[in-house]
Design a protein around this ligand. Structure first.
Ligand SMILES: [Fe+2]
Length: 138
């Protein structure tokens, strides 16, 4: 079965831990897409939104901790981007609670126009701007 949001090599930042978490985010977005667009199972969609919200919060804070450790100078701006991405997911959850249609389209926009560019540009930039992990340890 083809997935809605396929992982592409250009999404990779080169940091194994971050890439693994990014893949997980895309997997959860796919799960939500299936529940909204294919199965149309409301309870599953709600659970999928909760899972995506919780995992995004975990990932953003884990990533910020890492960027802090490697001393990336763009951390403050990066945190703001994470806050905006989280706010969008929360808005999606509210739409779901209200029973609004069009969650699939909003999810598609969030993944393709917000999350993927964030991974491809902002995360890669933050990684490049910081020290390497080895430098950060010593
Ligand atoms: Fe990020």
């Amino acid at each position: 079965m083809t997935v809605k949001f396929a992982w592409k090599p250009e999404y990779e930042t080169g940091n194994a831990r971050i890439d693994k978490q990014h893949r997980q985010l895309i997997d959860l977005a796919n799960l939500l897409w299936v529940s909204v667009e294919r199965d149309r199972a409301e309870a599953v969609a709600t659970a999928a939104i909760e899972a995506l919200t919780a995992y995004a919060a975990y990932h953003f804070s884990d990533e910020e901790e890492f960027f802090e450790r490697i001393g990336t100078p763009v951390l403050a701006d990066h945190r703001k981007q994470h806050e905006a991405l989280s706010a969008d997911i929360k808005a999606l959850a509210v739409e779901d609670l209200l029973g609004t249609k069009g969650i699939g389209a909003r999810l598609e926009h969030w993944v393709e126009e917000r999350l993927i560019p964030h991974m491809m540009y902002s995360d890669q930039e933050a990684l490049r701007a910081g020290k390497t992990e080895e430098e950060a340890i010593t």
